[in-house]
Design a protein around this ligand. Sequence first.
Ligand code: HEC
Ligand code: HEC
Length: 283
Amino acid sequence: MLRTTTTALAAGLIAVATGAWADPSENDLVINGDLEITTHAEAPAYIEGLSEIYSGWRFREVDTQATQMDDFDNPAFLAVDAAQEAWDTVDGDAGKSCASCHGDAMESMAGVRATYPKWNADAEEVRTLAMQINACRTDNMEAAEYGYTSNDMTGMEALISVASRGMPVNVAIDGPVQSTWEQGKEMYYTRYGQLELSCANCHEDNYGNYIRADHLSQGQINGFPVYRLKNTKLNQVQDRFKGCIRDTRAETFKPGSPEFVALELYVASRGNGLDVEAPSVRN
Ligand code: HEC
Ligand code: HEC
């Protein structure tokens, strides 16, 4: 298969890797021996640059893949357990826990993660899952917000995601979210930084290629929050965006900023059809 290499890539960052290309793995992701996860699907029609979509899991080494195939091996589950405790614990001036209103997380939150970011009609805004968690904390619990990319937040996102594992990502792109989606799409194709690279230059034009030792994926976010072996913690999706933009030597946006909310909506929609597999494991 022929892959394109942009001038900027050829000139710089990926030069070391020129010629090194490998298909995404053919392995199937089955968690705990029985939960089958769709990691490869036809691309949604509105993604012009891709015909097929792949989860980042397909681009990882076999031992990294294996760590995600059993919840006892997946280190993210320590954070999930802590979040389950937080879910059941009263916090804030209203004297409530998440459970006071939502009951059992695995029941009440089933399917929720698959639809975020989404429109909130009362607040008239696009909300990420993190924004919704904080809205519940401040408005419903009278408790302090979690830091946007804090361990408390990524743990809670992971817990809520577990309730949607194996369900297809199904983010709406039209109606009231359409202008935000367009904004995110424009960002995705904008070249940033001294290296003048867009998200698409790497994750659309060059997935399958190697950057240094890293097998470049499509940058899908169906696995977020992601446990990274590199920093041994759960990573929030917008922190990952920040890291990728910083790698182009550009000024980056702040997690929680309107720009990153728009980018998250757009990137999530590129994965419509892949299953939610969070919390996942990557290097
Ligand atoms: C006082 C009651 C109350 C408490 C406490 C509460 N919530 Fe909520 N939550 C709501 C209501 C009401 C909604 C909106 C319901 C809806 O969207 O149908 C909601 C919506 C949500 C949603 C979005 C569901 C969806 O379908 O989009 C999430 C996620 C959520 N809450 C998480 C939490 C978490 C996490 C906590 C604890 C940190 C929490 N909530 C605490 C009342 C509460
Ligand atoms: C210079 C090339 C480059 C650019 C430009 C770039 N990334 Fe990345 N990105 C990487 C590499 C390398 C990785 C790690 C390997 C992988 O997962 O693809 C990565 C990983 C990711 C991941 C994690 C995927 C997973 O499954 O864990 C996401 C999400 C992501 N990038 C999104 C973006 C977005 C959004 C942009 C644009 C703002 C962007 N990237 C720009 C190189 C790039």
